[in-house]
Write a protein that binds this ligand. Structure first.
Ligand SMILES: Cc1cc2nc3c(=O)[nH]c(=O)nc-3n(C[C@H](O)[C@H](O)[C@H](O)COP(=O)(O)OP(=O)(O)OC[C@H]3O[C@@H](n4cnc5c(N)ncnc54)[C@H](O)[C@@H]3O)c2cc1C
Length: 264
């Protein structure tokens, strides 16, 4: 439960707004699990592990801005890994399910999904990935995902791939031909993707990783409780199933640091 000191060994500029910080620690974590990153003197925030011991950070506010200003040799505190991670079924698991998977990543949502794609690929699964961003230069991990299987791209401004939202890029696939869907990105994007899957009767085959505000990461503060189930994103998630989320507050509201409901 105590933070360990992680020294930054490499900084990778992934896109104009996203960097990866590689550190000198290696954590034994499942794809989709997260750590609490202590930016000393400022805040402690949740971050997925994009590689062992690495986080991939998009600048959105004070803490992520401070992380973006760090140099090689600087350090952060790391607690974790926490949460459940994605459930991946490999070839030969016996139930005949799970061999053909679709990964849908919006923006920095690609961070927890890259290790999943890599693990799925090495387990012999057939991986199709859809990545979306506002513009071509904000596409995250395009090359890495392309090494894991088929890749389809969507950009809001049409600068690469499908012109429009990632949901438009889903049209080119026979969704019923996939066994599992793994999704992470802005919440309204995830809700739209889930609505499409529900219309096809596939919501129970979706696993979504939620980026909600919380303070503790261990189920104590209650800031990330999801109505009406009462599940906590940090403790029971961050990966939750589509059939559970379709009947929830997903895409309607979330809570801020004071617990106040904020409408999307
Ligand atoms: C399990 C989990 C894994 C995450 N993994 C990553 C990751 O790999 N890379 C990454 O860049 N971000 C990730 N996030 C989101 C990240 O924690 C927030 O972007 C960060 O806490 C914002 O802190 P800030 O001080 O920079 O911004 P703030 O000043 O706190 O907020 C700036 C804006 O971001 C929104 N925001 C604040 N906290 C969150 C949050 N937890 N999730 C979504 N939006 C938030 C606020 O509503 C506000 O609009 C993850 C969140 C969770 C819960």
């Amino acid at each position: 439960m105590r933070p360990v000191n992680a020294v930054i060994t490499q900084i990778i500029r992934e896109t104009p707004s996203i960097i990866t910080l590689r550190t000198d620690i290696e954590l034994d974590a499942a794809p989709g699990q997260f750590v609490m990153v202590w930016v000393r003197g400022l805040d402690e925030i949740p971050m997925a592990l994009s590689y062992p011991g690495s986080i991939t950070v998009q600048r959105v506010g004070e803490a992520t801005e401070a992380l973006s200003r760090l140099d090689v040799g600087d350090s952060v505190g790391i607690r974790g890994p926490f949460g459940n991670g994605f459930e991946v079924k490999g070839e030969g698991d016996g139930d005949g399910k799970g061999n053909k998977i679709m990964i849908i990543a919006g923006g920095v949502g690609g961070a927890p999904l890259l290790p999943l794609a890599q693990q799925a690929r090495s387990s012999g699964l057939d991986v199709t990935t859809l990545i979306g961003a506002r513009t071509a230069d904000e596409l995250l991990f395009e090359e890495h995902f392309s090494k894991c299987g088929a890749l389809s791209i969507a950009t809001d401004d049409g600068s690469k791939g499908h012109h429009g939202f990632i949901t438009g890029a889903m049209d080119q696939f026979n969704l019923a031909g996939f066994d599992q869907f793994y999704i992470c990105g802005p919440e309204l994007m995830m809700k739209s993707v889930l609505d499409i899957l529900q219309a096809a009767g596939l919501e129970a085959m979706a696993q979504l990783s939620l980026h909600r505000y919380f303070k503790c990461g261990i189920g104590v503060c209650g800031a990330c409780t999801i109505d009406p189930s009462g599940l906590r994103v940090c403790r029971d998630g961050p990966v939750l199933s589509g059939d559970l989320l379709i009947k929830s507050e997903l895409g309607k509201y979330h809570r801020d640091a004071t617990g106040k409901k904020i409408m999307f």
